[in-house]
Design a protein around this ligand. Structure first.
Ligand SMILES: [Zn+2]
Length: 233
């Protein structure tokens, strides 16, 4: 099996996507190979053995996964990484508590529903039809709006852990800022439902994040994004 980063093809390397297309559509067959991928292969072949992932290892940090949670030799000046990880974890706990508290009262297995929500994200089904599948037609309009907000908050909660937010050397870059913006969106969405102040604890946590290069503060990024979300609708 060959594995490589999908982002190489066209994103990092212009026109390499054309190489990939030619490889998969023409060249492999010409050499007698049949292209496949793990899910397809598993659907046609029996499983004989299983393997486990070696936890806390990566192919782009020689210090385990330190690159994504603190300082290591891969990126000098990573003092902002640990507090960013801590702040994102804090927001994740808040979002999950709000989600369980509210959705748990309406949906039997809310965490299973989070996994199944992928179908809405993939546009395989509308959010309304999906909610009807989950709950029948017993939801009132407010419950529907609240559940949609909470599932959207779960999506943002996943996005705020995007790997490249910690990959590079500085906090004052688009990748970490994006993660903070996803977190602000998640908090704003969840607050609309649970009517609790999640903002203050999040702001305190992001206040510990600072770029050593430019002095950009995590709480400023968070509050700016939160302000934009709350004034958008
Ligand atoms: Zn490293």
């Amino acid at each position: 099996m060959l594995a490589s980063d999908g982002e190489l093809y066209g994103h990092h390397q212009a026109f390499r996507e054309k190489f990939l297309a030619r490889l998969l559509e023409t060249s492999l067959q010409a050499e007698g190979y049949e292209p496949s991928f793990p899910a397809l292969w598993l659907s046609r072949n029996e499983i004989h053995d299983t393997i486990t992932i070696k936890e806390n290892t990566s192919w782009s940090c020689h210090h385990g996964v330190q690159r994504w949670k603190g300082e290591c030799g891969c990126t000098e000046g990573g003092s902002w990484k640990a507090p960013l990880r801590q702040a994102i974890n804090t927001v994740a706990d808040q979002i999950d508590s709000a989600f369980e508290e509210y959705a748990g009262k309406i949906i039997n297995d809310p965490w299973r529903a989070v996994e199944e929500y992928a179908r809405v994200m993939l546009d395989q089904i509308s959010a309304d039809s999906w909610l009807t599948e989950q709950c029948g037609d017993r939801l009132n309009l407010e419950q529907k709006l609240h559940l949609k907000s909470l599932f959207e908050a779960q999506v943002e909660r996943q996005k705020m852990f995007t790997s490249c937010g910690w990959f590079f050397e500085d906090f004052d870059r688009i990748e970490p800022r994006n993660n903070v913006i996803y977190a602000a969106h998640a908090v704003w969405l969840a607050e609309r439902v649970c009517r609790q102040d999640l903002y203050s604890e999040a702001i305190r946590a992001f206040g510990e994040v600072c770029s050593p290069r430019t002095g950009l503060k995590g709480d400023d990024v968070f509050s700016g994004a939160y302000y934009r979300f709350s004034h958008r609708s």
